[in-house]
Design a protein around this ligand. Structure first.
Ligand SMILES: [Zn+2]
Ligand SMILES: [Zn+2]
Length: 124
């Protein structure tokens, strides 16, 4: 279960605000938007806009980034030319049709949490 450590680490509000923060990054990335810094003028503008609408207070720093990263314990590595390493919090292959077309490789699982249900462990 991944929801438990997440809730242990962060309050529900923090989680929402962290996710919104990451979503702004994703939005910039997908739309190829430039900013003057990692969390520059444009990022702050978007964060402020969402804050005003939803009453959140999106953090402009990455205080919680490491905690979120540490929860991404399912790792896949592409065996194709791109050699991409994908870390995800959920046990789902990062394979996409777009990647298949572009790279042709397959994502091979290289790491997963000890408590992953798919993996049967013998108690020592
Ligand atoms: Zn950020
Ligand atoms: Zn690839």
């Amino acid at each position: 279960m991944l929801s438990k450590p997440l809730l242990d680490l962060l309050s529900r509000k923090d989680i929402v605000e962290t996710l919104l923060h990451e979503m702004i990054h994703a939005y910039f990335y997908v739309n190829n938007l430039q900013d003057d810094d990692d969390h520059g003028t444009r990022f702050r503008l978007y964060a402020h806009y969402i804050d005003n609408m939803s009453g959140t207070k999106i953090k402009i720093t990455h205080d919680f980034h490491d905690e979120m990263e540490s929860l991404k314990r399912h790792w896949w590595l592409c065996d194709g030319p791109c050699g991409m390493l994908k870390k995800q919090a959920i046990n789902r292959t990062p394979d996409t049709k777009a990647h298949k077309r572009k790279c042709g490789g397959n994502f091979v699982k290289i790491a997963e949490p000890d408590d992953a249900p798919a993996k049967k462990r013998r108690k020592v």
